[in-house]
Design a protein around this ligand. Structure first.
Ligand code: FES
Length: 123
């Protein structure tokens, strides 16, 4: 949603400029879908929070999230208000997303997740 659409809808101003939801869901070993925690997401979320503070980025909140239902693509995170998803597997990935997207409002296309990236799930 653009700022104009936000204003047009009569919504209150954003509380956070950017709100990051980082999946830290954990599943038992051997679960067919795996989990973001098994791929290191808890440490990566901790790193992102600490690094955002170090960089002095204002107006951002980094929260842990339960399963975001894109487990096979993890570790996953989604940033609002844009609703852009990323896979961050390393601290370097976290740095890139923090600096380019969260701080500077740009994008990191090679780490982005798109709707077609998800495997077909059994219904
Ligand atoms: S376990 Fe992270 S998206 Fe499901």
């Amino acid at each position: 949603m653009s700022d104009a659409q936000h204003d047009e809808a009569g919504d209150p101003p954003l509380f956070y400029d950017r709100h990051v939801f980082f999946c830290t869901n954990e599943r038992p070993e051997g679960h067919p879908r795996g989990s973001c925690a098994a791929k290191g997401s808890v440490k990566l979320r901790d790193y992102m929070k600490a690094r955002a503070k170090e960089l002095g980025i204002k107006g951002v909140r980094v929260n842990s999230a339960g399963c975001l239902d894109r487990c096979e693509l993890g570790p996953t995170l989604v940033i609002y208000p844009e609703g852009v998803w990323y896979r961050c597997e390393t601290r370097e990935d976290v740095d890139r997303v923090l600096e380019a997207h969260v701080r500077d409002g740009g994008r990191v296309p090679d780490l982005m997740l798109r709707p077609g990236d998800d495997p077909e799930k059994a219904k």
